[in-house]
Design a protein around this ligand. Structure first.
Ligand SMILES: Cc1ncc(COP(=O)(O)O)c(C=O)c1O
Ligand SMILES: Nc1ccccc1C(=O)C[C@H](N)C(=O)O
Length: 421
C-alpha cells in the first residue's frame, strides 16, 4: 500500500497518463507548483511560435488574417475557456489579468445606494483582491474600513458557507469571494452561496484563479453574476498570460465600469465615434488592445483541456491528492505537520502542510529537487497536477520530505521566505 509498487500500479491504471509527454518536464525535478505557475506544453509553445510567425509574415494584416486573427482572439479563446467555467458562448472573454478584471467587474457591478453600500468579502482571500476592493470603495468616496466586510474564519484555514450567507445583510451591495482558497485549497460551495445571493438580490462574483482547470464549475446554471481568473496556474498559459472573465447573460447590457474601445461591437469599433457602441456580451468588458503575445500560448494549452475534459482532470487530481495525504499520514506522522486542506472532496488541486519550519522545509525540498511553494506564515503547498504529474512523483516527493525531516536537513537554511515564494 505504501510502497512504490502501489504508485506504479496507480500510474498504470491512469487513463490520461500520456499527457505528461505533452509537457516540458524539468530533468530530475518533481514539479509540485503547477497551482502557482503551470509548465510549458509543446502545444502552447507551438501556438506562441505560430503567433510570432503571423506577425513576421503578415504585419498589420495579422489582425484579420492567418490561422488565429488577432482581432477576434479574445473572443475565440474565451469560447474555449467557457466549458471550464460552465459559461455559455459569449459569457466568457479572455482579457486582462485577475486583478485588472476584478477592478473592471467591481467598477461595473458595485453601485452603492442608500443604506446598501458595503462589499462582502472574506478574511482569507488573496491580498490583491482585498487591495482592489478597498481601492474601489475609496474611489466611491467611501471608507474601506467601514464598507468592506470580511467574513471571519475560525481556524485561519476554512470559511463557513453558512456564515457567509448570514453576512448577506441589507447593507451589502456586492459580494466577491474565492472559488478555491489559495492557502487551504478549500472549494467553496459556489452554487449554494450564489443561490443565497440571488435570493437577496445581491450581485455576486468569484475569483477562480485556483479553481479554473482544477475543478468543474457551472457558473451560468448557478446564476453567478461574474467571475475572473488567471490562465498561468492550472491552465498552463505561461508567466503573465492573459486572464479571463465571465459575465452572466442576465447582466448583458450593463455598461462597463471601465470603458475602452476593444469593448465595442467589432463592426463599429473602427468607426471612431466618441460615443461607444458596446458589444452585447462579455466582450464589452475588455478595455484596450489585447495582449496577443500572452494570449497565444493559452490557445495550445487549452486544447488538452478540451480533449480530456475537466471531469477526468478533477477525478485524477482528487486521486493524486488523496494518495498524497495517505502517504503524509503514514510517513510523516512523527514530524509535527498539520494537514491544512480539507480532507474530503471539498479540497481543490493542492494540499497544504502546516509546520513551524515551513519556510526552510521548502528550501530543503527545492535542494532535493522538489518544487513546492511556501505560503506565509507556515504553509508548504504541494500541487500534483493531473495533466503532468504521476503517482510516482507523489511517492518520491513524500519520500524526499521524509528524509529531510528525519535528517533535519532544513536546519542549514534560514527559516525565512525568498522574495517570491
Ligand atoms: C486567488 C488569487 N487572486 C488573485 C491573484 C493575483 O492575480 P494577478 O497577479 O494575475 O492579478 C492570485 C495570484 O497571483 C490568486 O491566487
Ligand atoms: N502571479 C505570481 C507571480 C509570481 C509568483 C507567484 C505568483 C502567483 O500567482 C501566486 C499565486 N497567486 C498564489 O496562489 O500564491
Amino acid at each position: 500500500m505504501f510502497k512504490i509498487e502501489e504508485a506504479i500500479k496507480l500510474d498504470a491504471q491512469d487513463e490520461i497518463s500520456q499527457y505528461k509527454n505533452e509537457f516540458y518536464l524539468m530533468k530530475d525535478v518533481l514539479y509540485m507548483d503547477g497551482n502557482s505557475l503551470g509548465l510549458l506544453s509543446k502545444r502552447a509553445e507551438t501556438t506562441l511560435l505560430n503567433l510570432l510567425d503571423s506577425w513576421k509574415t503578415l504585419g498589420i494584416d495579422g489582425w484579420t488574417e492567418g490561422e488565429n486573427p488577432w482581432f477576434y482572439m479574445s473572443e475565440t479563446v474565451g469560447g474555449k475557456m467557457a466549458p471550464l467555467v460552465g459559461g455559455k458562448l459569449g459569457e466568457v472573454i479572455a482579457t486582462g489579468s485577475t486583478t485588472s478584471n476584478l477592478h473592471q467587474l467591481v467598477a461595473t457591478f458595485y453601485k452603492p445606494t442608500g443604506n446598501k453600500t458595503k462589499i462582502l468579502a472574506d478574511e482569507l482571500n488573496f491580498p490583491s483582491d482585498i487591495y482592489a476592493l478597498k481601492s474601489q470603495i475609496a474611489l466611491k468616496g467611501l471608507d474601506p474600513a467601514e464598507h468592506l466586510v470580511q467574513v471571519e474564519s475560525d481556524d485561519g484555514r476554512f470559511l463557513s458557507e453558512d456564515r457567509i450567507i448570514e453576512a448577506m445583510t441589507e447593507d451589502i451591495a456586492l459580494i466577491v469571494l474565492p472559488g478555491v482558497l489559495y492557502r487551504s485549497g478549500q472549494v467553496l460551495n459556489m452554487e449554494k452561496i450564489a443561490a443565497a445571493a440571488n435570493d437577496r438580490g445581491i450581485p455576486i462574483g468569484f475569483d477562480l484563479c485556483h479553481s479554473i482547470g482544477s475543478v468543474p464549475h457551472s457558473l451560468h446554471e448557478w446564476g453567478v453574476d461574474f467571475a475572473f481568473w488567471c490562465t498561468y496556474k492550472h491552465l498552463n498559459g505561461g508567466p503573465g498570460s492573459v486572464g479571463g472573465l465571465f459575465v452572466h447573460e442576465k447582466n448583458f447590457g450593463t455598461a462597463p465600469g471601465l470603458a475602452g474601445w476593444f469593448g465595442s461591437k467589432k463592426e463599429s469599433q473602427f468607426d471612431m465615434n466618441h460615443t461607444m457602441d458596446p458589444a452585447e456580451d462579455s466582450s464589452a468588458f475588455q478595455v484596450g488592445t489585447p495582449h496577443v503575445l500572452s494570449l497565444a500560448p493559452v490557445i495550445g494549452a487549452l486544447e488538452m483541456f478540451d480533449e480530456v475534459g475537466i471531469d477526468r482532470i478533477r477525478e485524477k487530481s482528487l486521486k493524486l491528492t488523496g494518495y498524497m495525504m495517505k502517504l503524509v499520514e503514514h510517513e510523516l506522522s512523527e514530524f509535527g505537520f498539520t494537514v491544512g486542506n480539507p480532507i474530503d472532496d471539498t479540497r481543490g488541486g493542492h494540499i497544504l502542510l502546516e509546520h513551524q519550519e515551513a519556510a526552510r522545509i521548502c528550501k530543503a525540498l527545492k535542494e532535493a529537487g522538489v518544487i513546492p511553494d511556501f505560503r506565509a506564515p507556515n504553509g508548504v503547498r504541494l500541487a500534483p497536477v493531473a495533466l503532468y504529474n504521476t503517482f510516482e512523483d507523489v511517492w518520491h516527493t513524500i519520500q524526499k520530505l521524509k528524509v529531510i525531516m528525519d535528517e533535519k536537513r532544513y536546519e542549514k537554511f534560514e527559516n525565512k521566505r525568498g522574495v517570491v515564494a
